[in-house]
Design a protein around this ligand. Structure first.
Ligand code: MRU
Length: 355
C-alpha cells in the first residue's frame, strides 16, 4: 500500500508529517487553516502537487471557521484567508492554482454551508485528478526509458509529494512494474534531504533498487557513463519551458547535457504556468540560514556564518530534453508545444481555465 501524504477526515485534514520521516510516521491533524499554512512553510507537507491539494483543503477549513462565525462579509474574508494560504510558499504554482480553483468552484454559493460543500468537493476532485494525472504521465514517461534503465533522480517526487504514485518517481515506479528498470540513483538533496529521507524510503518500501549519493557525487557519476536518463519534477514550468525545481536541478541538467544524457521533467499541467513568461519571472523562495548551518538540531557551521539558501533553481528550457505531462510528452520548442497542450485541454473541457 502506497503511503498517503494527506487525508480529509470529515472536518479536518490529516497530514503525514514529512519532517519526521524516515524515523517516525507521525500524523498532524489540522482543523485550523493556519496549521496547514504552517505545515506548508515548514515542509511537513511538501512537493508542488501535494501543497496544492493541502492548500485546497486549507481553504475548506477557513470556510468552515468563517461559517461558524457567520460574518456578513463571509466571501471577502474567505478570499483573504485564501490569499494567505496561497502565499505560504511562493515558487510552486500548484498552490496558487489549487486555491484559486476551489474558490472559483464555490463562487455561486448562497450560504457558507453551501460554500464549504462546493470547496470540499473541488478539493477532493483536485486530489483525485492529481493521482490520475500521475498514473497517466507515468505511462508516457516509462515509454521513454530503455530496457534495463539506470535512472538518476533528485529531491522527492513520489507519493509523498503528490496525491499518490508520484511524478518522476511515478515514472520510475511504472517502469519498475513493467520490468524496464534496473536501478535508481538518488541524490541526498541538501539541505533538507528530501532524496535521502523520502525518496530512498519510498523506493525501499517497494523493493526498487536504489543507491543514495551526495549531491556533489552526481556529476562524477554521470561522467562515468551508464546513466540512461535524469528524471525529476518541477515546481513551476514557465511558458517558454524554463523550469523551477529543487535547488541542484540546474547543475544536473548541465552535466546531463555535457554527457549527452536525456534530461526529463515530469509534471502535471497544474505545474505549467503560461502566465509566467520565462524562468526569470518565477519567484524563488529563500529559506532560513539555519537549514544550511546544520541539520536536525546539530550545528555543522560556525554561528552566524552568512548563508545562501534558495530552495529552488531554474533550469533553462534548452537543457530539457522533454517534459512529461498527463497529456503527453512535449518537446522543444516549448513556447509552442506547451501552448498547444492547453489549447487541446480547453477544447476538450469547455469552461476550464488555468491560473
Ligand atoms: O521544497 P520541496 O521539498 O517542496 O521541493 C519539492 C521539489 O522541488 C519537487 O521536485 C517538486 O515539487 C515536484 S514534486 C512532484
Amino acid at each position: 500500500m502506497l503511503v498517503k501524504s494527506m487525508e480529509w477526515l470529515q472536518d479536518r485534514l490529516r497530514l503525514l508529517d514529512q519532517t519526521r520521516l524516515p524515523k517516525e510516521t507521525r500524523f498532524l491533524d489540522c482543523s485550523d487553516y493556519r496549521q496547514v499554512v504552517e505545515a506548508i512553510r515548514e515542509l511537513r507537507v511538501r512537493g508542488a502537487p501535494a501543497i496544492g491539494a493541502a492548500g485546497a483543503f486549507a481553504t475548506v477549513l477557513a470556510a468552515q471557521e468563517l461559517g461558524r462565525q457567520a460574518p456578513s462579509d463571509f466571501r471577502a474574508r474567505l478570499e483573504q484567508a485564501a490569499s494567505e494560504i496561497a502565499s505560504a510558499r511562493p515558487t510552486a504554482v500548484n498552490l496558487r492554482w489549487a486555491v484559486r480553483r476551489v474558490l472559483r468552484a464555490s463562487e455561486g454559493a448562497k450560504t457558507p454551508a453551501e460554500s464549504v460543500a462546493l470547496l470540499l468537493a473541488e478539493a477532493h476532485l483536485i486530489q483525485q485528478e492529481d493521482e490520475a494525472a500521475n498514473h497517466a504521465m507515468a505511462r508516457f514517461g516509462a515509454d521513454l526509458l530503455p530496457q534495463g534503465a539506470t535512472v538518476l533522480t533528485h529531491c522527492n517526487t513520489g507519493a509523498l509529494a503528490t496525491a499518490g504514485h508520484g511524478t518522476a518517481l511515478g515514472v520510475i515506479r511504472t517502469a519498475w512494474e513493467q520490468g524496464k528498470l534496473k536501478q535508481v540513483l538518488a541524490t541526498e538533496t541538501r539541505p533538507l534531504l528530501q532524496g535521502a529521507r523520502l525518496t530512498t524510503w519510498e523506493l525501499q518500501q517497494e523493493g526498487i533498487p536504489v543507491t543514495l549519493m551526495a549531491d556533489s557525487a552526481a556529476g562524477f557519476r554521470v561522467s562515468q557513463g551508464g546513466v540512461s536518463c535524469v528524471i525529476l519534477g518541477a515546481d513551476r514550468i514557465a511558458a517558454n519551458g524554463d523550469t523551477a525545481n529543487k535547488i541542484g536541478t540546474h547543475m544536473l541538467a548541465v552535466m546531463a547535457k555535457e554527457y549527452r544524457v536525456p534530461f526529463y521533467v515530469a509534471a502535471p499541467t497544474s505545474t505549467v504556468d503560461l502566465d509566467t513568461p520565462t524562468g526569470a519571472d518565477i519567484p524563488i523562495e529563500e529559506r532560513k540560514p539555519e537549514e544550511v548551518r546544520g541539520f536536525a538540531g546539530v550545528q555543522t557551521a560556525p554561528d552566524g556564518v552568512p548563508v545562501y539558501n534558495p530552495a529552488f533553481d531554474v533550469t533553462p528550457a534548452r537543457l530539457i530534453t522533454a517534459i512529461i505531462t498527463e497529456r503527453g510528452v512535449v518537446r522543444p520548442p516549448y513556447t509552442e508545444s506547451l501552448k498547444l497542450l492547453f489549447r487541446e485541454q480547453q477544447a476538450e473541457r469547455p469552461g476550464a481555465r488555468h491560473g
